[in-house]
Write a protein that binds this ligand. Sequence first.
Ligand code: GAL
Length: 335
Amino acid sequence: MQIYTLKNKSIEVDFIARGGQIISIKVPDAEGNIADVVVGYDTIDQTLDGDAYFGAICGRYANRIVKGEFEIDGEKFQLDCNNEQNHLHGGFDGFNLRNWEVRPVELEEYVQAYQLSLTSEDGDQNYPGKLEVSVIYGLTDDDQFIIEYEAETSKPTVINLTSHPYFNLNGAGNGSAMNHELLLNASNYTPISAELGTTSGEIVSVKDTPFDFTTAKLVESACNANHEQINMIDGIDHNFVLDDFDGTVKLAGVLSDPESGRKIEVYTDQPGIQIYTGAHFNGLEIGKQGAPIVQCAGIAMETQIFPNSPNYEHFPNAILRPGEKYRHVCIYKFC
Ligand code: GAL
């Protein structure tokens, strides 16, 4: 399978057409030492056989929809339940498993860019409407890797696209990213309900909880806290509600590694960000550098609409109608 590369003078991003999977991002530290900062595998064969969410575009609905059920204008839809009782990341055959059409594009703001396109037919995974999706992967000369999503539908449908790289700024394969510091511009989060396996629709303040990243702190300190929400899934696997959401691109968070000095700023125009500390990695799988993929081998920061939004009036709108355009920008800026 072909590897596509985006390169500026300091950074290199590699991806493949299957799932648009970002298979490596090579970034220097202050001394110029290069590390590949996304969790993955050493070979394409391992990538194709391995965890297909690594670095992939997730959709049509990234994150969970409870029991795979939703309604639009009184009509009920039933999606695959591919994650116990819930629908996750678009179902059994999500966008992360599709072969995207890839072509280079010349856009003024990028040193290099590719467009990834996909047509998802009406009824695909039981979603209504034929969906035309375009994703731009672009690299700027000031080290911003930008993902621009757009989609249009032939019938009212639900949509929530995201990207799923796990970052380890000390280099994938060099152990856990628990020692990274995280800052989030989020005063609230959406707790998980044990019964639903995903959000219960509550929006709760992070104040006096391990979920308070409004000032930067060690990921480890939150993951080791004795808190019902942390214990339930052995770490963080939660959607954070970004402050001052108004649909414009704003700083959502900053992940930094005190050891290497590398840092990522995440910007988005979306209302939420899912932080996942990779609780399900158990060291049994071998990843980059031939090293076991240990718990918290990397941290995912998935900009998004909230989980299960189609079922909650008070959550941001996830319905896309004919004539409208779904738009989403996610920027990973390497500093
Ligand atoms: C994350 C999700 C996790 C897990 C992972 C894929 O987005 O929050 O619970 O399902 O994707 O392995």
